[in-house]
Write a protein that binds this ligand. Sequence first.
Ligand code: NCD
Length: 360
Amino acid sequence: MRKKLIDISWEDFQALPINDKVPYLSQADGIPYHTLFAQQFDLELLERLGTLANSIRMIAKARSGMDFLQQLISHKRAMLYFSQPSSRTFLSFYSACQILGMPIGEVRDPAISSEFKGESREDSVRTFSSYFDLIIMRSPQKGLAEHMSWVLSNTDRPIPVINAGSGHDQHPTQALLDIYTLQRSFERVGGLRDRTVVMVGDLARGRTVRSLSQLLTNYPNIRQIFVAPPVFQIGEDIQKILTAKGVDFELTSDFHSVLPESDAVYMTRIQDEWDDETHQSRTVDTSGFKFGLRELDMIKPQTVILHPLPRRDEIAREVDRDPRAMYWRQMRNGMWIRSALIALTFGCENRILEFYRANV
Ligand code: NCD
């Protein structure tokens, strides 16, 4: 049953397990109003988003299609509030808004906003909410998007919030584009089921794998293998969720031993911006967690290689030319799936599907 953020105090809401928060974040028809957590997406919603993203992608190929898309939400404005570095997520949301005709405002550096004059982040975001109809936010602070959703829902002008990366906790829209890329990669060979997905790198502090791992639990018989040095291994909270859902998963630091059985290899960079005074990134040996030509020889002909990007040296440049390297296409998929999410949030799904059926 649908619940409303206006009916619960922030303290009580914050204390709920994530699955119990989900009904508070949905619209009447069950689709997300605020998008904060990967747990808000079940299989039906993921397939629906994939279909919508495909339709938008095909419609956008023609000028007449682009003209149609660009009038869909031209009466609403979006604010991109990014107080943490970003290129892809920022630009793909920017482009997604442009595709749907939404004018965009942005704050990337709180030092040039009134936060510099001592305004609280909550007041700043509430200020933006008076000028805009959607806030897309990235923050180094774990619960900020969640808190702002509650704050804005309790004003007389509530607007949706989309989490574009919250600390090292979650990055739900990255996981959506990762899933969309996997759906597309396997659509002609039986779909996303009965596969082994290997996730590699800094799984303790990287937020993308934490969200992706949870979305993967929606698909039948997906085995998840987490490959990292012990200090960078996936958190116990995620392991508990996977155990509770009966997911087949494994933790290892032996990358090469799992490569031959992988259907998808998801590489990530070491997140050294989160290092503490022990400088883990410099003291831990991460040389065994890189993908080069040797690793290319160890995977199957159909295995796909993904990376949320930016990369450092986890994937050698020479790998880019291999048809199994999917990360550049994955990045572009972000623009389509984010367009789909915004279109769904603003109730444009049927109009897009009808236009697709009639014109594409
Ligand atoms: C990721 C992020 O910011 O969490 N990048 C992204 O959104 N494409 C991964 C990273 O920074 O390593």
